[in-house]
Structures are given as structure tokens and as C-alpha cells.
Design a binder for this molecule. Structure first.
Ligand SMILES: NC(=O)N[C@@H](CC(=O)O)C(=O)O
Ligand SMILES: [Zn+2]
Ligand SMILES: [Zn+2]
Length: 344
């Protein structure tokens, strides 16, 4: 197959950042994404509907000069201080589509995240009642839990109890990285889904660590062993509607990544669909890409599918060695290399 036409896709997990970064991130999204679930881990975090609406307006302003727009779907950042009233306001807001749980200290800009999850059960109850999805960075932060086990332990200690206790709460386990998460989501009750990134499908921890350390592959949850990568590839290409596209494209400056204490995040928005196409093609499942990229997400979020299409063609797409980010630069995934699919 040399061309593939599919419904316009959406990105169900992305970091657009703010300020001077928005022109870069919005331009890359607007190339072909219809909508994007926009993560709230700014500094300070997007903890209220008022902050989400203001952020939404800044994104709209950054898109003003672009040839086409995409629709930002906003999220609230859950803290120990989030109130049930704020949840009800969020559910009533046309711009807010979910609430994001970051365990405090789990990832980039998660310091204001949740320290005591049990104490937030009334807030989760309000989300269940208002039918507002919970989006989860699923890793424990306990010092005695190995970083490669943090996702699996989070499921056992926190996610499984929440899913059971709030049977009507829709939950997305974001950017899954393990066979354990694939199994949990596949077998869970209705209303439980997961996003999968392109980089977790393309890479495993050997790619990051063998023959030298590659800071641009460092992200959270961290890349796992090949067995887990295989489970993710199987899930994404299975046609199971519980799994859908979420790039977790997360820009950081080159300086912040290439550092003695480099920060977590991989940038893929410059070529996300082309990267996913490579994976699906290599699995002989390119015809399943449309479900994963364009149909399963809207079904979960109860939104219509996009009403137009895009066409992917086989052909060489050169990725620049670096991209401008504000007055700095970032190194995108596959920088300086050639991809084998492009959007026409
Ligand atoms: N995934 C990452 O490694 N980083 C994300 C945060 C996140 O999604 O956990 C970021 O904001 O940089
Ligand atoms: Zn995360
Ligand atoms: Zn993320």
C-alpha cells in the first residue's frame, strides 16, 4: 500500500506549553490534528476553569496566523485542594474535557500534584457524577519502588481501587508503557482506556541506553524492555477501541535535555502521524491506523469524529536536525533522519 486516506486524526495527550513556545507547538499540531487534549502542567498549573479558559484563549491567539486551526480540548490539573464545585464548573464548561491526575513528584511540573489520593475521593465522586473523565499519569513516586516498576505498582495500589470504587468514572491511563497496563486496560470494566505514544511504540530501553545514553529518548514513564514494547505494539494495532493515539509530545530545550540532570519528555508533534504510520506499517497493520488515530478517541470522549480526511503517502520525509522553540531550539524525534511516510 502506498497511500492511506483516513479521517482526520486527533491527539488525545499533548503538551503545548505556553508563551513563546505556543507558535511552534500549535503550528505542528495544526498540520493535521483536528483536536488535542492539552495537558495542564504549566507553571503555575492550570488548576481552575478560569485558568483553563485563559490558556485556551492564548492557544487560540497563537493559532491566529496558521493556515488551519485545530481545536484545543482543555484539562484541569488536580491538586490536593481541588474542590467538587470546581469539578462541576469544569463539567459545565465547553472548553474543559477532562481532569488530570499527576501524583506529586511523578513527572515534569508535577510538584503541585496529588499527595494524598484517598482524600480526593469526594472529588472523584463529583467527576463520576458529572461524567468528566479522569486522565492519569500512572506512576507511584515511593523512593523504594524502582523506576521501571512504578507504572505497574500504581495500577495495583491506586488505579484498580479507583476503577472499582467509582464504576461510572471514565478513566484514561495515559502514555502506557508496560504489558501490565495493556492487560489491565484490556480486561477492565467499560469506560477504561489508554493512550499510547509513538516513541513507546518505536523505542525500548536498549535504544536509550546501549552504546551511550541518549537524553532525547528520556521520558516518563521511562522506556521499558522490549517485551513491553511488543505488548504496546500489539495493543495499538489490535483494533481494540480502548487504545488510542496520544503523542505525549513534550518539548524541552536542547540545553535542558542535554544536561547532567536532563529533563523528561520527547518531542514528536513535528511528525507524529508519520511516526505512528511507520509502526503500523512495520506490523502489517496500516489499515488499523485510522481506528487508533481517528475513531477510538472520539468514541471514548463522546465527540463526533472529524468530518474530513487526510492522506498519508509512502515517501521520504526529512526531519530537520533541530527545530526553533521560542528563542531556543529543541531536538525532535528522528532529528536529521528520514521517515518513510508523509502526509500529502
Ligand atoms: N512525558 C514526559 O516525559 N514529560 C511530560 C510530562 C508527562 O507527560 O508526564 C512533560 O510535560 O514534559
Ligand atoms: Zn505523564
Ligand atoms: Zn504528557
Amino acid at each position: 500500500m502506498t497511500t492511506l486516506t483516513l479521517r482526520r486524526p486527533d491527539d488525545w495527550h499533548v503538551h503545548l506549553r505556553d508563551g513563546d513556545d505556543l507558535p511552534r507547538t500549535c503550528k505542528d499540531m495544526a498540520r493535521y490534528m483536528g483536536r488535542a487534549i492539552v495537558m495542564p502542567n504549566l507553571t503555575p498549573p492550570v488548576t481552575t476553569v478560569a485558568l483553563a479558559e485563559a490558556y485556551h484563549a492564548r492557544i487560540q491567539a497563537a493559532m491566529a496566523g496558521l493556515p488551519r486551526r485545530f481545536e484545543p480540548l482543555m484539562t484541569l490539573y488536580l491538586t490536593d485542594g481541588t474542590s467538587s464545585d470546581e469539578i462541576r464548573r469544569a463539567a459545565a464548561s465547553p472548553v474543559v474535557h477532562g481532569v488530570k491526575l499527576y501524583p506529586a513528584g511523578a513527572t515534569t511540573n508535577s510538584e503541585a500534584g496529588v499527595a494524598a489520593l484517598d482524600a480526593l475521593y469526594p472529588v472523584l465522586e463529583a467527576m463520576e457524577a458529572a461524567d468528566l473523565p479522569l486522565l492519569v499519569h500512572g506512576e507511584v513516586t515511593d523512593a523504594d519502588i524502582d523506576i521501571f516498576d512504578r507504572e505497574r505498582v500504581f495500577i495495583d495500589r491506586h488505579l484498580a481501587p479507583i476503577v472499582e470504587r467509582f464504576p461510572g468514572l471514565r478513566v484514561v491511563l495515559e502514555h502506557i508503557t508496560t504489558a501490565d497496563s495493556v492487560a489491565f486496560v484490556s480486561e477492565a470494566r467499560e469506560g477504561v482506556a489508554a493512550t499510547i505514544t509513538a516513541h513507546h511504540l518505536l523505542l525500548n530501553r536498549n535504544d536509550m541506553l546501549v552504546g551511550g545514553i541518549r537524553p532525547h529518548y528520556y521520558c516518563l514513564p521511562i522506556l521499558k524492555r522490549a517485551r513491553h514494547q511488543e505488548a504496546l505494539r500489539a495493543a495499538a494495532s489490535s483494533g481494540n477501541p480502548r487504545f488510542f493515539l496520544g503523542t505525549d509530545s513534550a518539548p524541552h530545550t536542547r540545553t535542558a535535555k542535554e544536561s547532567p540532570c536532563g529533563c523528561a519528555g520527547v518531542y514528536t508533534a513535528h511528525a507524529s502521524l508519520e511516526l505512528y504510520a511507520e509502526v503500523f506499517d512495520s506490523l502489517g497493520a496500516i489499515e488499523r491506523l485510522e481506528g487508533f488515530a481517528s475513531l477510538h478517541g472520539p468514541a471514548f470522549y463522546r465527540l463526533p469524529v472529524n468530518d474530513d480526511t487526510i492522506t498519508l503517502t509512502r515517501g521520504e520525509l526529512a526531519v530537520p536536525p533541530s527545530l526553533a522553540l521560542g528563542d531556543d531550539e529543541l531536538i525532535p524525534l528522528r532529528a536529521g533522519e528520514t521517515l518513510s511516510w508523509q502526509v500529502a
